[in-house]
Design a binder for this molecule. Structure first.
Ligand code: NVA
Length: 380
């Protein structure tokens, strides 16, 4: 249903580029380097977290990241976008379910990972890390408020996964390191990652929303069963299962970034596994621009993302895009395509879960559900 003419709309967003009117911006408060768990192997001895250790993120780094997130919220508000913020938990707490105990949680700086807004629905993703199992609680005060304010808001949650040991391939990381380049390549082609098909799993940030077409990446945190679940959940959409040449992939938003109808950024180091991916864009008149490399040569200490965070832009409307303020090559490229580029300092947040797209989640973009890919490819 297209509700965008209603005055009382709180929740509605169909794609990544319609004019942004309402957004959630993450927070860095209480952020932790999470305790070891089957899905995560952090080994950062040079920055105080050798394999198997965990603890609070360094206080000065957390303050700098928090200040940049606050400044992003202020900037968006100054441009007329309404902003909400999550309620952090005590992430240092040990948590458990009947199936497992996990030494700590993580943080709530990346609402995009957890919340998937499609039309007038927000779906809480399953997540696949035990440390992120309870992260949805940080957004519950907001979702409760939207539910009260907006009679048409559909509040949904995907089935909470059990995340028993049967959900993860044992010894995955050790085995991966021992593979030859060719064996790794074969594994990439099969999307054969750490999570099994025991239960549906997906992170919301593995979904790129382009109107009727949703591109969902199979990854270290999203399995085929999760994509099948999404396909059944959105019967009026076309859900494309996609994968790219990328070792240990997680989250699509440094690989495919739609900018406006007919234009998207793609990652030159991560071509799609299936040729139908680019053909679908091309036969529907889309231009795919290869992203330039980051202006930076070194990642921030404790950053678990790649330098391709330079692609992780936040589109404010089809003519305006926020880019991390030091990423001059990306700003120049988008300027050349006629965008007003808004530079936003967010480098400090890269160690806290990502960039501008990760750090935000749509509540409302002004627009309607459109079909940008009328010419489909059978079986893709
Ligand atoms: N894991 C990917 C996406 C991050 C938003 C990367 O590091 O490039």
């Amino acid at each position: 249903m297209n509700r965008t003419t209603d005055d009382d709309v709180v929740v509605c967003s169909w794609n990544e580029w319609d004019p942004l009117e309402y957004v959630i911006v993450g927070r860095a408060d209480g952020a932790m380097m999470q305790a070891p768990e089957p899905a995560v192997q952090n080994d950062l001895p040079e920055h105080g977290f050798p394999l198997g250790t965990f603890g609070p993120m360094p206080e000065d780094a957390r303050e700098r990241a928090g200040a940049q997130l606050d400044a992003l919220a202020d900037l968006l508000e100054a441009r007329g976008v309404r902003v909400d913020r999550p309620a952090p938990l005590d992430f240092s707490r040990e948590v458990s379910t009947p199936d497992w105990t996990q030494g700590s949680m993580a943080m709530c700086s990346a609402p995009r990972d957890v919340l998937l807004t499609v039309g007038n629905e927000i779906l809480e993703a399953t997540m696949s890390f035990r440390s992120r199992w309870y992260e949805y609680l940080c957004y519950r005060p907001l979702l409760e408020q939207y539910h009260r304010a907006d009679p048409a808001f559909r509040w949904e949650a995907a089935p909470k996964p059990r995340l028993t040991d049967a959900t993860y391939r044992p010894d995955f990381f050790r085995e991966w390191e021992s593979l030859s380049a060719e064996e790794q390549r074969q594994r990439i082609e099969r999307s054969d990652w750490i999570i099994t098909e025991k239960e549906p799993l997906f992170d919301a940030a593995d979904v790129a929303r382009l109107g009727k077409d949703l591109f969902v990446q199979q990854s270290m945190v999203t399995n085929q069963s999760g994509i099948d679940w999404l396909r059944r959940h959105y019967p009026d959409h076309r859900v494309h299962r996609v994968s790219y040449v990328e070792p240990l992939p997680w989250h699509i938003d440094a690989t495919l970034i739609p900018l406006r109808p007919g234009l998207a950024l793609v990652n030159p180091d991560r071509p799609p596994i299936r040729e139908e991916h680019h053909r679908l864009f091309e036969q529907n008149g889309w231009e795919l621009i290869e992203a330039p490399r980051s202006a930076r040569t070194e990642k921030m200490p404790l950053c678990l993302c790649s330098l391709w965070l330079n692609m992780n832009c936040l589109v404010l409307d089809p003519k305006t895009v926020c880019v991390e303020a030091t990423e001059t090559p990306m700003m120049d490229l988008l300027d050349g395509y006629g965008f007003e580029v808004v530079p936003v300092p967010l480098y400090e947040v890269s160690a806290f879960g990502g960039g501008l797209h990760c750090a935000t989640a749509d509540v409302h973009r002004r627009g309607s559900l459109e079909d940008y890919f009328p010419k489909q490819i059978e079986g893709f």
